[in-house]
Design a protein around this ligand. Structure first.
Ligand SMILES: [Zn+2]
Length: 81
C-alpha cells in the first residue's frame, strides 16, 4: 500500500497543513498575531510572547481563528518549560 499517512493536517481543523501544524487559515491567523505582537511592543513596550497571548485571549473581540491559534501556541510554550 502506498498510502501516505505523512500528509499533515491542521492541528485545529483537519484541513491540509501548509506550514508547521497549521492550515492556510490558521497559519494566516498566526502571522497576523505575530505582526500585532511587533506593533504592540512598539506602542506599549516590551512584553513576552506568552504574556501577549494571554492578554489577547481575554479580549472579547479577538477573532475565533486567532483564539484557536493562541491556545495551541500557549500549549507549545508550556511544553518548552
Ligand atoms: Zn486549520
Amino acid at each position: 500500500m502506498m498510502t501516505r499517512n505523512l500528509e499533515s493536517r491542521c492541528i485545529l481543523c483537519m484541513r491540509k497543513a501548509v506550514e508547521r501544524q497549521y492550515c492556510e487559515y490558521h497559519y494566516e491567523a498566526l502571522q497576523s498575531l505575530k505582526g500585532h505582537y511587533e506593533a504592540w511592543k512598539k506602542s506599549y513596550g516590551e512584553i513576552s510572547w506568552i504574556e501577549y497571548l494571554n492578554r489577547l485571549q481575554k479580549i472579547s473581540h479577538t477573532g475565533k481563528w486567532v483564539k484557536q491559534v493562541i491556545e495551541i501556541e500557549l500549549k507549545n510554550e508550556q511544553k518548552k518549560r
